[in-house]
Design a protein around this ligand. Structure first.
Ligand code: ACO
Length: 371
């Protein structure tokens, strides 16, 4: 089911962005200090560095220590993004946090992050598992297009180790913890359609912001990634804890199979809606779940491996934070330039899939200097 359709809109049609476009004016990421290598895992799991690298591309990951919750990491990433943007917390209109491992059932972790930052902005969590950051970007673009918000903080953060059975070799080797965030700002309407920003990669003219997107589900996969207990359907009890039902259970092989097909289809729908081809994409930022999933998606879509970000060897699958962490690193490295088309695609429990084609722009909302 596709819930947001841009139709066959011309790339310059501002259907998914306010008239002045939306710019990413700040970005940041945070990961725990504690580094866990594949060799470290072999001390308590029947696995090997060779198996993990060959099957997933992962060499190490970061695991949270005491006090390093989802909210803690999110605040660090958000502060870095706000600093980079030169934006004060009191200038924010909304705080969106994509997470599947909130600090508490109540309140939302977004509300706790907003409180820690010192903003009265409306704050809420989005749970779309590993696709959450793309869903967050899409919701933020909608709020901005509707005129509800002009400056929005969108973060993806997860401490997946809080629901991980570290004794289960099928899941324990794959996941890591982290957070990433961006600050979005609505542009000056006078800059509508300004095609003057050209990046290093292929560029299709138009204002910065969301060009096209696709949010979809695969209901047949709803039972493939589940934490059985701890929610209203099966509240936590001594019995559920004893049975390990507070841990993530996954049918990895079936998730793999469905993810490749779902991500391929979602990318094709998004590019078709934008009127773009894979060659127009300057940077592809896939969810970092498994290097082999990304390779399969590249082979099926024709996207360029040389323009595809990969952080999986260093961080593993960090769930909702994997895309904003990779994006932050690319922005820090200057890999993405104003005018570039950035394609982000994530999938996760649900199964959910989400793809966003975003035209990068980093001018200040007032139309000032490049940052
Ligand atoms: N070390 C060594 N052997 C292992 C390990 C391990 N860590 N894990 C499983 N094996 C064994 C299995 O027991 C099996 O042995 P058998 O042949 O004797 O039965 C063998 O390796 C092959 O197992 P498969 O599951 O078929 O291995 P596969 O090649 O499919 O790789 C993997 C497994 C890495 C989990 C892969 O299926 C995958 O990445 N799936 C996608 C998972 C994913 O992306 N999940 C996150 C979604 S995002 C979110 O919402 C959280």
């Amino acid at each position: 089911m596709s819930v947001l359709t841009a139709g066959a809109a011309h790339p310059a049609t501002p259907a998914l962005a306010p008239s002045g476009g939306v710019r990413v004016i700040g970005w940041g990421a945070a990961v725990p200090e504690h580094r866990v290598t594949n060799h470290d895992l072999t001390r308590h799991l029947d696995t090997s560095d060779e198996w993990i690298v060959e099957r997933s591309g992962i060499r190490e990951r970061r695991w949270a220590g005491p006090g390093e919750s989802t909210g803690h990491l999110a605040v660090a990433a958000c502060r870095a993004a706000l600093d980079r943007a030169g934006t004060r917390p009191d200038q924010l209109d909304a705080v969106l946090l994509a997470t599947t491992t909130p600090d508490h059932p109540v309140p939302s972790t977004a509300a706790e992050v907003a409180a820690a930052l010192g903003t009265t902005a409306g704050a809420f969590d989005i749970n779309a598992a590993c696709a959450g950051f793309v869903y967050g970007l899409t919701v933020a673009a909608g709020l901005m297009t509707a005129g509800v918000a002009r400056t929005v903080l969108v973060a993806g953060a997860d401490v997946i180790t809080s629901i991980l059975d570290k004794g289960d070799r099928q899941t324990a080797v794959l996941f890591g913890d982290g957070a990433g965030a961006v600050v979005l700002a609505a542009g000056d309407p006078a800059e509508t359609g300004d095609p003057g920003e050209t990046g290093a990669g292929p560029t299709v003219a138009g204002p910065p912001g969301l060009v096209a997107c696709d949010l979809a589900g695969d209901p047949g996969g709803v039972d493939l990634l589940v934490v059985p207990a701890g929610g209203s359907a099966r509240p936590a009890s001594a019995e559920t804890v004893a049975a390990g039902e507070h841990h993530l259970r996954m049918d990895g092989r079936e998730v793999f199979r469905r993810a490749v097909r779902a991500v391929e289809a979602s990318i094709e729908r998004t590019l078709a809606r934008a009127g773009c081809s894979p060659e127009d994409v300057a940077l592809f930022v896939p969810h970092q779940a498994n290097a082999r999933i990304v390779e399969a998606v590249l082979a099926r879509t024709g996207l360029d491996p040389a323009r595809t970000l990969s952080t999986i060897d260093r961080y593993g699958n960090t769930s909702a934070s994997s895309i904003p962490i990779a994006l932050s690193e690319a922005a820090d490295a200057g890999t993405v330039a104003p005018g570039d088309l950035v394609l982000m695609s994530g999938f996760g429990a649900g199964l959910t899939v989400g793809t966003a084609l975003w035209r990068w722009g980093t001018l200040t909302p007032a139309g000032g200097d490049d940052v």
